[in-house]
Design a protein around this ligand. Sequence first.
Ligand code: P1T
Length: 385
Amino acid sequence: MNTKDMKFETKVIHVGGEPDPVTGAIMPPIYQTSTYVQSSPGEHKGYEYTRSHNPTRTRLEECLASLENAKHCFVTASGLSASMLIMQMLPHGSKVLCGDDVYGGTYRLFSKVFNQMHDFEFVDTTDLVALEKKITESKPALIWLETPTNPMLKISDISAIAAMGKKVKALTVVDNTFMSPYFQNPLNLGADMVVHSMTKFINGHSDVVGGAMMFNSDELKEKIFFLQNAIGPSQSPFDSWLVLRGVKTLALRMKAHQANAMKIAQFLEKHPKVDKVIYPGLESHPQHAIAKKQMSGFGGMITFFLKGGINESRKFLESVHLFALAESLGGVESLIEHPAIMTHASIPADVRQKLGIHDNLIRLSVGVEDIDDLIKDLEIGFSKI
Ligand code: P1T
């Protein structure tokens, strides 16, 4: 069957998952090799050196490209190194408009590393009127959207913004980590590139750090391949193999994450010790209508404000146990964290305050455990404050 005719649930298992042609092994081998033998100088089977190409990584890239309906995919050693390659690709002095609420590490990479190369401006990409004015005036080379954002779960209208970008020839790049390709496909909505931290839902088992980017342009492919080879942030064959294994259950996992997250969001919304819940699937979410339009589900991430301050937050975070207190997200196990102290500590305090990343803000990555057990665990936390 042609890949394009396959449904998502089939692609995750079969694209890049073809049996080994040499032995018939149903699981693809891990090509744990740095180099490849040539029959004569320059004569080889398409593989020269693992920094540039590796057959296990190629399989993963084929699979992930198909999931985002993309022509090309590159897999990197971390989500941030995928973002790095994209920034390296822009001519020096480029103007970049970036959403104001992004993962703390992305903010740090742009504002403390690439600010020496480009001109970054962080803007609220949910305000389309102000954004259009800014795009028209500043003519950026690139617009960087994270939607939903980390941690405030703000949602930007991808097709409207990509159309604005096209008018000034700006590339629109979407960090799709929170939705995974199962719930949202930015290229279908007009974006030029998609970026993922594969560390999260794509791999789904909290045992790999990795990144991926997908796109259709052959010109971008040449540029990114040159940089990937020249700089060297390629993913190791073993990690690529682990992601090939993890991604097979992406559809099953995303459905389970979302079902649990919806129930927990509703539970939190009614809880007397909770001030406010943010979850794209709740009608109270300010961009719920856009979420329904551009996403086919609402994902497994929830943020909420406890009633209280840092002491109540600490007590709550210390008291839950099924929800493990840890950075990261998207694994089968539930995680909980304090963005102000943990994942978003690298964002200056005044910027955090403006965004609403206060001391009573808690972020949940809802896993696929039994829902009653998860709610009991949260109840234990609430009973201690
Ligand atoms: O950790 P790495 O694989 O390099 O991915 C960076 C990254 C990029 N984009 C988003 C939306 C992310 O959430 C992340 C990483 N985030 C966490 C580690 C976290 O706990 O939020």
